[in-house]
Design a protein around this ligand. Structure first.
Ligand SMILES: C[S@@+](CC[C@H](N)C(=O)[O-])C[C@H]1O[C@@H](n2cnc3c(N)ncnc32)[C@H](O)[C@@H]1O
Length: 287
């Protein structure tokens, strides 16, 4: 078994323990308890224009931001493709469970989520109970690079939203290898990730560094995912840049009294094309 950097994993767990009880993510989940630790997207046809004018209520803006974050899940779930309601999904780096509960609502699938944070795991299981889905949506504390309690060939789909940025570049292949082990032959991996243009764009390196320091990440190049996946038998069947859809979310978020400070980095990155926001779908080779 590979030994991972325990100090880093513990540090990350502490960060997400804290985000479960305070800060913008937890504030957005106050009403419906669907706690999300990811960005939002403005889907075609969604009107957010009233926030362009002054005088909007902060509570309305927070409601809108939460809605846009939920829309990301609804949008990306469609890219999982046809899984029967008997499908079984691994939510790798599940956060506090909001996405899994929404995916279950959209697809009826059974879902196991894994997070490093004990508080996220407890919160998520509690909310699954509250939503009456605790028999089909379950959360565990564990490392998605080494799912030691998961039998081989368990899942139909792996979903990883804004979690793989925390995997170091040298471990990306390890991650895809573990995803191979725990999935059945005709499975899919859906990844949503901020990807860097370091070395490809004049501001790419600076934007990556600023976000990596802020979020304790190692944001990868778009190509890094494709290369690491390929080595473990996964072929990218879809690569979609959602930058234009997520930029307005960050612009709206910057107007909030509850903005966290990272908004300006995302806005600059997406506006200048120094950062991208990629939705990948990978399928197993020879299937
Ligand atoms: C930005 S949050 C995203 C949470 C969730 N996917 C969402 O969309 O709301 C990152 C999550 O990845 C998890 N994570 C990071 N590295 C992990 C690892 N090696 N194993 C399990 N979870 C991990 C963290 O615990 C955290 O829950």
């Amino acid at each position: 078994m590979r030994v991972f950097d325990k100090r880093y994993l513990d540090q990350l767990a502490t960060v997400y323990d804290k985000k479960t009880v305070e800060g913008l993510n937890s504030k957005l989940a106050e009403k419906d308890h669907i706690l999300l630790n990811h960005s939002g997207v403005v889907l075609p046809g969604k009107d957010t224009s009233r926030f362009q004018k002054d005088g909007f209520k902060e509570s309305d803006l927070l409601y809108c931001l939460h809605d846009l974050e939920k829309d990301l899940v609804v949008f990306a779930t469609k890219h999982i493709g046809k899984i029967l309601s008997g499908g079984y999904i691994l939510d790798a780096g599940c956060g506090a469970g909001g996405s899994a509960i929404l995916i279950n609502k959209e697809s009826g699938c059974k879902i196991d989520g894994y997070t490093l944070s004990e508080k996220q795991k407890d919160f998520a299981n509690h909310v699954a109970e509250e939503y009456g889905v605790s028999k089909t949506v379950k959360f565990y504390q564990g490392n998605m690079l080494n799912l030691e309690n998961v039998s081989s060939h368990t899942f139909d789909v792996v979903w990883a939203c804004e979690s793989t940025e925390h995997v170091s570049r040298k471990d990306l292949q390890v991650m895809f290898k573990e995803f191979s082990r725990v999935t059945i032959p005709k499975s899919k991996v859906v990844i949503i990730a901020w990807t860097s243009r370091a070395g490809l764009h004049k501001d790419g390196k600076r934007i990556k560094k600023a976000l990596d320091e802020y979020y304790l990440t190692d944001i990868h190049l778009e190509q890094d995912y494709i290369a690491a996946a390929r080595k473990e038998g996964w072929l990218a069947t879809e690569t979609l840049d959602l930058a234009d859809m997520t930029l307005p979310y960050w612009e709206l978020r910057q107007k909030s009294n509850n903005a966290t400070g990272s908004e300006k980095i995302f806005i600059e990155g997406y506006k200048n094309d120094a950062l991208s926001y990629i939705l990948y779908v990978f399928g197993k080779r020879n299937n």
